[in-house]
Design a protein around this ligand. Structure first.
Ligand code: 76R
Length: 248
């Protein structure tokens, strides 16, 4: 058996994709719409507070195209907290004007492929910050799930640790060229959701998603061993932008 990579886990993640029932929203009377908007704003404020207290982080983006209208990406200490947020939101008036279209459950993950031997990663503040990150408020988000292939000669899980390490080094080198342009958060979802990882990217220039992902396609880790699910791309929302989006 090949040696499993060691992983470090941080906050649990929920990507909660919703669409808006625009007909119901348009037909609702002014006072109901304004109550719904107040509730939404108070949730956004509460999540900002949680983030300021370093008890989690939430990113809110509108989604371009018909797969969803917006996404809440929540990072929290436990699955119970994620569930509580989901349930509390579902009880709001605003939620009754939305319907769930997709969700993804995972946990922030770092693997030891590039780890410094002999050092204790959990004593390293940079590692802790990466396991419990404050999500960037970049202009754009890109989310997609992925698997490492297990198919005949292209079986990632049958490769020796050293070989995977050297492949991951090359993967990391490409990634590093995008430092400062694209911020990536890898979340592991084996046992939690339908794919093995969620990839969430943040950038101020959305074109950098295409450049990075395309370049990685030529790297062996992706070219030979990666399979991908649906891609979601979107634009930053804050209280003001959400209100403007919902303005009738
Ligand atoms: O932790 C590190 O920074 C070391 C290098 C590194 C690891 C171990 C790294 C760097 N990644 C790692 C692990 Mn990654 N990553 C992806 C995708 O679209 C595709 O082709 C693949 C989706 C992108 C875009 C991306 C970006 N990475 C992983 C893993 C877990 C693998 C495992 O355990 O088997 C997956 C699934 C994955 C996928 N990666 C980077 C990036 C970027 C931008 C970097 C550079 C980060 C930096 O140095 O700041």
């Amino acid at each position: 058996m090949s040696e499993a990579a060691q992983t470090l886990e941080g906050w649990y993640a929920l990507h909660d994709f919703r669409s808006i029932d625009w007909t119901a929203w348009r037909l609702a009377d002014e006072s109901e719409r304004s109550r719904a908007l107040d509730e939404l704003q108070s949730f956004l404020q509460q999540w900002t507070k949680t983030e300021e207290n370093k008890q989690g982080s939430t990113a809110v983006y509108s989604i371009v195209g018909q797969k969803a209208d917006f996404v809440f990406m929540h990072l929290r200490e436990s699955l119970e907290e994620l569930s509580a947020i989901e349930t509390a939101f579902n009880k709001t008036t605003f939620a009754s004007f939305t319907y769930p279209v997709h969700s993804y459950v995972s946990i922030v993950e770092l693997s030891n492929y590039m780890a410094q031997p002999g050092s204790d990663p959990l004593q390293n503040p940079d590692i802790i910050a990466r396991l419990k990150p404050t999500l960037p408020k970049a202009g754009h988000i890109c989310f997609y799930p992925m698997n490492k292939r297990r198919d005949g000669n292209d079986n990632w899980y049958m490769l020796a640790m050293d070989e995977r390490k050297s492949l991951m080094r090359s993967h990391g080198m490409i990634g590093r060229q995008y430092a400062g342009k694209v911020k990536q958060i890898i979340t592991g979802s084996v046992g939690f959701d339908n794919w093995e990882w969620g990839v969430t990217l943040f950038a101020d220039d959305a074109l950098q998603f295409k450049k990075l992902i395309y370049e990685m396609r030529f790297d062996e880790v992706s070219a030979r061993y990666a399979d991908f699910g649906d891609f979601y791309v979107g634009n930053l929302l804050n209280e003001e932008k959400f209100a403007a989006m919902l303005q009738i």
